[in-house]
Design a protein around this ligand. Structure first.
Ligand code: ACO
Length: 325
């Protein structure tokens, strides 16, 4: 049976030039490099320059993804930016990216699912492609979480960083089997009962301010490993695959202990798990495309590999995408 698949044609990423090490943070709040590394695995993160906005990061990543795909920007008919740190309340950061690429056709919008933003955006793009409503989609995860951190709160400010990653997805015909290249299955979940465990204490309609990130760290940690299991089991059940078939596990990069715990629970060896949290911190919606970008650039992820993506974030939201690269 012939089916439409969303195949990755190119990937790109961008990290701001400035790095902030744990030692730098120790000079700002009551913390130590040892505490941060032991609890999170993070050594350093990148921080956007004063005038650098989320759309600037997104545009830089998008240009690299488009160059890697070898296509003309005008051939892109949909841009989706997963972000919780847009340049402005509106218009969408995706519209700024579209203008920056010189595209005047098609559509562009933002999608907000916090750390699950890239998985939600990828799923949305796949649905547009499989419905025949788009052929080439630019999917971006881009964040400047440094702008919503309370830099006096040591329990949160040590965890996050800025960055962006982008991929170009293109419609292609497949045989309808798991040997096809492209996205094989996507599974999304949300449970708003947990909305106060990880949130920003401001917004246009509530406080008329931007607000700061607040988190019950222990509660988020407790749920993170447990929650992702269902969407990964759904991915395996939908495709008749199992953990042993996965070539690369690329989870959201929140915390080394969450990543290791998830991989162990799923039975995926750490050698097949891509980890960048040590260098990037938690870049929310940008973390998965950033990690993918690193693993493609260093030759780990190759065409034909089975790649499992997974994320969990504020809301709570969580989801999985299984694709053949
Ligand atoms: N430096 C030094 N000490 C600190 C720091 C810090 N940066 N932050 C907290 N502490 C202290 C606390 O005040 C506490 O001190 P006390 O015992 O005197 O009260 C002590 O360290 C232990 O604090 P806990 O919160 O119990 O530390 P825990 O082991 O739970 O680790 C952490 C905290 C790293 C936040 C952990 O809960 C975690 O990783 N949670 C997941 C959160 C996460 O990754 N969120 C990202 C967003 S969600 C997502 O992307 C999935």
């Amino acid at each position: 049976m012939t089916v439409i698949r969303s195949v990755v044609r190119g990937i790109g990423s961008y990290l701001p030039a400035r790095t902030l090490t744990n030692h730098d943070l120790a000079a700002m709040v009551d913390t130590t490099d040892e505490w941060i590394q032991q609890r999170t695995g993070i050594k350093e993160r990148h921080i956007a320059a004063e005038k650098e906005c989320t759309s600037d990061l997104a545009l830089a990543a998008a240009k690299k993804a488009i160059a890697a795909a070898g296509i003309e920007p005008e051939s892109i008919d949909l841009i989706i930016v997963g972000t919780s740190t847009p340049d402005n309340t509106f218009p969408a950061t995706a519209c700024a990216v579209q203008a920056g690429l010189g595209i005047t056709t098609g559509a562009a919008f933002d999608l907000q699912a916090v750390c699950s933003g890239f998985v939600f955006a990828l799923t949305t793009a796949d649905n547009f492609i499989r419905a025949g409503q788009a052929r080439r989609v630019l999917v971006i995860g881009a964040e400047t979480f440094s702008r919503i951190l309370d830099w006096d709160d040591r329990t949160t400010c040590v965890l996050f960083g800025d960055g962006a990653g982008a991929i170009v997805l293109e419609a292609a015909e497949g045989e309808g089997t798991t040997a096809d290249r492209g996205i094989l299955t996507c599974h999304l979940r949300s449970d708003g009962r947990h909305k106060e465990k990880l949130f920003v204490d401001g917004g246009p309609s509530s406080t008329r301010t931007v607000g700061h990130l607040r988190m019950e760290g222990k509660e988020v940690f407790r749920h993170a490993v447990g929650m992702i299991t269902d969407v990964i089991e759904d991915a395996f059940a939908a495709t008749g695959t199992s953990a042993g078939d996965v070539d690369w596990f690329v989870p959201h990069q929140a915390n080394r202990r969450i990543i290791d715990g998830s991989a162990k629970k799923l039975g995926i060896p750490l050698e097949k798990t891509v980890t960048t949290v040590d260098r990037h911190g938690n870049t929310s919606a940008a973390s998965i495309p950033l990690a993918l970008s690193v693993a493609v650039a260093d030759g780990r992820i190759k065409e034909g590999d089975l790649v499992l993506l997974e994320a969990m974030g504020g809301g709570f939201t969580w989801g999985s995408v299984l694709l053949r690269w």
